[in-house]
Design a binder for this molecule. Structure first.
Ligand code: R2B
Ligand code: URA
Length: 282
């Protein structure tokens, strides 16, 4: 397109040249958390001399912030994506156009999120190998022009291995590869019993979660299938790194103390930064 207004970002095609050096795009649900991550990226890349970042830089959001808050620190672009697949889809379309117009060289996308673990120790970071939908199928479906379009949900296996390896010996928590079930509902869609509506019993819930575990599912969240299918379709190498806030085989409610949750929330970003630093040192 000759001109393009990226409506939800508040940027245009003419802004794109400022993003030509982007090598990593990191995205997570919450605007607050991505702002905190931007600060950590600024501090750590500056301290390690890995990017031309002034010491003490306090990153501020670029352009509009009513939907997404976007930050850039050297080669790392960051934005929050909100909750659920429709929201992350809008961000991915606009960021991908921006980086394409910018001529950014093969940027890697990483989703840094939270999730409910399935048979994993809470606090573990799951590095997604493949997204599964709520039917435990490795596909993402979206109605387009009155027809159902289905796309595969595999993520780059080589990137997954490199990310896990970069945190070996560097992280004081487990980083495990596993499949991730992506749902359109936090409550009923994730087999919870504690929503305002529930039409299943404890036993049915446990049977399903055990079946999911046998299929290789290690965590459940709300973006994996869309994120994997989109990045696969546009040929971008991508990873999903989500901390498990609880083990769903033990319950539904997130009752972990807030201080612990705040520490765990930083873990996916720590894993991503270990990988980013290893790449920038090459
Ligand atoms: C994880 O956490 C959010 C729901 O609490 C959702 O965005 C997700 O995938
Ligand atoms: N996010 C989810 O989508 N599910 C959980 O159980 C926890 C966080």
């Amino acid at each position: 397109m000759d001109g393009d207004y990226l409506y939800h970002l508040g940027l245009t095609k003419d802004d794109a040249p400022q993003f030509s050096d982007v090598k990593f795009f990191c995205t997570g649900g919450s605007a607050l958390r991505i702002g905190e991550f931007a600060q950590v990226v600024a501090d750590e890349l500056s301290a390690a001399g890995l990017a031309d970042v002034p010491f003490g830089l306090r990153p501020t959001p670029i352009a509009k912030t009513d939907r997404f808050s976007t930050y850039k620190v050297g080669p790392v672009l960051m934005s929050n994506h909100g909750m659920g697949m429709p929201s992350v889809s809008i961000l991915l379309h606009e960021i991908t156009k921006l980086l394409h117009y910018a001529g950014a060289d093969d940027p890697v996308y990483m989703r840094l999120g939270s999730s409910g673990g399935v048979g994993v120790e809470p606090g573990t970071v799951v590095a997604t190998t493949q997204g599964l939908n709520g039917l435990l199928e490795p596909e993402f479906t979206l109605p387009m022009l009155g027809k159902t379009v289905t796309r595969p949900t595999d993520l780059d296996a080589g990137l997954n291995a490199e990310i896990v390896a970069a945190s070996e010996g560097a992280a004081d928590f487990a980083v495990l590869p596993g499949k991730t079930m992506g749902t359109d509902c936090f409550y009923e869609g994730q087999a919870r019993l504690d929503g305002a509506v529930c039409e299943h019993e404890e036993q049915e819930k446990m049977n399903f979660l055990r079946r999911a575990h046998e299929a290789g599912v290690r965590n459940i969240e709300m973006e994996a299938t869309q994120f994997a299918a989109f990045t696969g379709r546009v040929g971008v190498r991508a990873a999903i790194l989500c901390v498990a806030l609880l083990n769903r085989l033990d319950g539904d409610q997130v009752l972990t103390p807030v201080e612990t949750l705040m520490e765990w929330d930083t873990r996916p970003g720590e894993v991503a930064l270990n990988y980013i630093k290893a790449e920038l040192r090459k």
